[in-house]
Design a protein around this ligand. Structure first.
Ligand SMILES: Cc1cc2nc3c(=O)[nH]c(=O)nc-3n(C[C@H](O)[C@H](O)[C@H](O)COP(=O)(O)OP(=O)(O)OC[C@H]3O[C@@H](n4cnc5c(N)ncnc54)[C@H](O)[C@@H]3O)c2cc1C
Length: 421
């Protein structure tokens, strides 16, 4: 294990992804002593893009990290949805106007840049960062929780936050479930902008092409010097039950018949790795004793709402607000935080919000991937949307709820079969 320094911590965070780092930072800002354990020998993230909606940039601003993140990323001008077959525009969002509405911008950023911003924030705040530490067991003990590592060592703190991702070990303490296979797979590719200049791409927008059992996303990164693409499609081999699914031959086949814009983008996808898309059924209990789930460990979504990392960041902020509201009264006995109160408040508000997002992400995926008449009905609904109508995003992009009664009403989708085509 490699550690930056040592003092007796109040909280352990297990997992140094975006969720774990941001939670560690949030709690440290509230005066708590936090030690974060990451299994990998070094901190890092995959080199592709990430979209961060205003409900996330609001929190980055709260941490004093938004300016740095904006400098490293891009504030796109529009989000545009097009039909993947004919490339006709279906609807668009004016992201400058959206910033005025929600008070904070829509940011696109390289994952490793956001991860670096959070890591540096943790270092500055004094989070103790430990790498090469794979947690293999969690256990509640009198007044706290214990974690045990692959090397046989164990450690104890008042609270343990498990931010250990889709295959969370801590989650097995709460539920005996498995990731749900969507049979969709994502290919990514972030390349120097020069490589797409001749493709006449939108340089300043997020563009989403929705197609039959597939979609394709493009947006700029790193001040426009890089360009990010994501190709997502349903794998016939996954549907047939094959183990070897999502392979590049399926990528080529999935986008046959799509528009020129996509055809030009496809050769730039990384073909040596791909991401199979899993989520889990919503879980309403995230806390057992002094062990709590956070991020994908609690609520892995399909990525269609671009809210997975955002929800993880919100989780840490909410818990830290509830812990911080009590104010740490440090003594020999510990932080002085009443963790039952803080964890109850966390569990009262976050699982319901994330349940809504996880289920809505599934329905957005279904909407994007329609074929035949439903595709035409979807296109008609999208075309009829006013550019400045925010009804479908108000319940997500507004301020993060700290209490259940602050959680806004959800948007009610227009039934497609009510549309004549
Ligand atoms: C194609 C794609 C596009 C996406 N786009 C977006 C987007 O635009 N916007 C958005 O908000 N979200 C997006 N997401 C979702 C987002 O990437 C995830 O929801 C988010 O990264 C989850 O972060 P996390 O920290 O909870 O989990 P992870 O990123 O999985 O991090 C878990 C960490 O825990 C460590 N770990 C695991 N087990 C242990 C252990 N036993 N001991 C110690 N450490 C351990 C891991 O090494 C890892 O560092 C996308 C996802 C995909 C696949």
């Amino acid at each position: 294990m490699n550690s930056t320094k040592s003092h007796r911590p109040d909280v352990f965070v297990i997992g140094g992804g975006i969720g774990g780092l941001s939670a560690a930072l949030a709690l440290t800002i509230q005066g708590l002593r936090v030690r974060l354990y990451e299994q990998a020998p070094e901190f890092g993230e995959v080199g592709a893009g990430l979209q961060l909606a205003p409900n996330c940039t609001r929190i980055l601003h709260d941490y004093g990290l938004l300016d740095e993140a904006v400098q490293l990323g891009v504030l796109p001008e529009h989000m545009i949805m097009k039909d993947a077959l004919g490339a006709t525009e279906l609807t668009r969002v004016d992201l400058k106007d959206m910033e005025r509405r929600y008070g904070f911008p829509y940011l696109v950023i390289h994952r490793s840049d956001l991860h670096g911003v959070l890591l540096r924030g943790c270092e500055r705040a004094g989070v103790e960062l430990v790498t090469g530490a794979r947690c293999v067991a969690y256990e509640n003990i009198e007044g706290g929780a214990r974690v045990t590592f692959a090397d046989g060592n164990s450690d104890e703190a008042e609270v343990v936050l498990a931010a250990d991702g889709l295959h969370s070990i801590a989650r097995t303490l709460l539920v005996d479930d498995e990731p749900v296979n969507s049979a969709y797979v994502a290919y990514r590719g972030a390349v120097p902008f020069e490589q797409v200049r001749a493709n006449e791409v939108h340089e300043k927008d997020v563009v989403l092409y929705v197609g039959p059992h597939c979609h394709f996303v493009q947006y700029p990164l790193r001040g426009g010097r890089m360009f990010n693409q994501v190709a997502v499609f349903q794998s016939p081999k996954a549907l047939a039950g094959d183990d070897d699914w999502g392979t590049p031959d399926e990528l080529d086949h999935a986008f046959e018949g799509t528009c020129q814009e996509i055809q030009k983008g496809l050769p730039l996808m990384w073909r040596d790795r791909w991401w199979r898309m899993f989520d889990r059924e919503p879980l309403m209990k995230w806390v057992t004793g002094r062990i709590a789930l956070l991020g994908d460990a609690a609520h892995p979504p399909l990525q269609y709402m671009a809210q997975g990392a955002v929800m993880a960041i919100e989780d840490g902020w909410v818990l830290a607000q509830h812990a911080g509201a009590q104010g740490a009264k440090r003594s020999e006995g510990g932080s002085g935080i009443d963790w039952e109160v803080a964890l109850d408040a966390y569990e009262a508000v976050r699982p319901e919000h994330c349940r809504r997002v996880v289920l809505t992400a599934r329905s957005w995926g279904a909407l994007w991937h329609h074929v035949g008449v439903q595709r035409e009905q979807r296109n008609a609904v999208m075309r009829s949307r006013d550019t400045y109508d925010y009804a479908f995003m108000d319940w997500v992009y507004g301020p993060t709820a700290l209490k259940p009664d602050q959680e806004p009403e959800m948007f009610t989708a227009i039934p497609l079969d009510s549309v004549e085509v």
